[in-house]
Structure formats: C-alpha cells, structure tokens
Design a protein around this ligand. Structure first.
Ligand code: AMP
Length: 143
C-alpha cells in the first residue's frame, strides 16, 4: 500500500525552507517556482505550493487555485522566454505514477516541434545553464 504521510525532510521542503539552494524564478505567499535540475527539456520549471502535501491526492483543494494560477503564469513565461511552440504540464502521484519527490509539484516544460521529452529524472543540467535559463524566465515574468 502507498505511503500517505507527509515527510518534511523531502528535498522540496528543504528548498522551501532555504536549507538547500535552488534556481528560483518566482515566489509569493503560497507558491515557489524553480528550475528542475534534471530537465526533460530546455527551461523545465517546477511550480511548488508552500502548503505541505505529498501530492495532489492528499492536498487541501484550496491549494489548487493559487498553484494553477502560477502554473499558467510560468507556462506563459517559459513559452515566451524560449520561443517555445507549446508547453507540457505534468504532475505525478505516488511511485506507481513516476513520482520521486513527495511534496506536491507541477512540471512546466516548454516544447518545440519535433523535439521529444528527455527522460524523467535523467541527466543533471550544468548549474550555469540553469542560472541562465532562470534569468530568462524571470525576465519574461517581469514583462
Ligand atoms: P517527480 O518525479 O514528479 O516527483 O519529479 C521530481 C522532479 O524533481 C524531477 O524532475 C527531478 O529532476 C527534480 N529534482 C530532484 N531534485 C531536485 C532539486 N534539488 N532541485 C530541483 N529539481 C529537483
């Protein structure tokens, strides 16, 4: 049976508490967005609510409005920042679905015609590239 309790030592909880670094592109009272360190495509961003839940299955439904408002904002920003043709939104719940970090998060991945997604939790991106891409997204969010 799947685990159902929230473990506050998960890596995104540590990022939210500022205990480990991230390439942040957005933060407000309810939501943080930062670069995925093993991107499935250029500009792959994670949008994370501050409220603790393992995933969508145990989240307070009140989380979803503010979360998805920022998912849309970040999707528009990454599309603009990278001149993408489209944007894939992914969200996984429990190990059988492919979830690997147990704090609710939504993947926002710019897409380009003819370019497939790279593997999930595949290869680490260079910090310099993540810094550059985060700067581009922050720029698009400001304009
Ligand atoms: P999921 O499988 O939906 O739980 O996705 C977790 C995502 O977090 C994967 O795409 C990983 O590449 C990404 N990830 C893991 N550790 C970190 C980290 N420290 N900072 C940013 N992204 C991470």
């Amino acid at each position: 049976m799947a685990e159902t309790t929230y473990d506050s030592t998960n890596i995104f909880a540590k990022i939210l508490r500022g205990e480990i670094p991230s390439h942040r592109v957005y933060e407000d009272d309810a939501v943080v967005a930062f670069m995925d360190v093993m991107p499935q495509g250029q500009g792959h961003t994670l949008v994370v609510p501050k409220a603790p839940s393992r995933n969508l299955l145990d989240a307070d439904p009140a989380t979803f409005g503010p979360l998805f408002a920022i998912v849309q904002k970040v999707a528009l920003a990454v599309k603009k920042a990278f001149g993408a043709d489209g944007v894939t939104i992914l969200q996984f719940n429990e190990p059988a679905s492919g979830q690997t970090v147990y704090h609710l998060h939504v993947h926002v991945i710019p897409r380009f015609e003819g370019i497939p997604l790279k593997s999930h939790s595949g290869q680490m991106e260079k910090p310099k590239v993540l810094t550059e891409n985060a700067g581009k997204i922050r720029g698009a969010l400001e304009n």
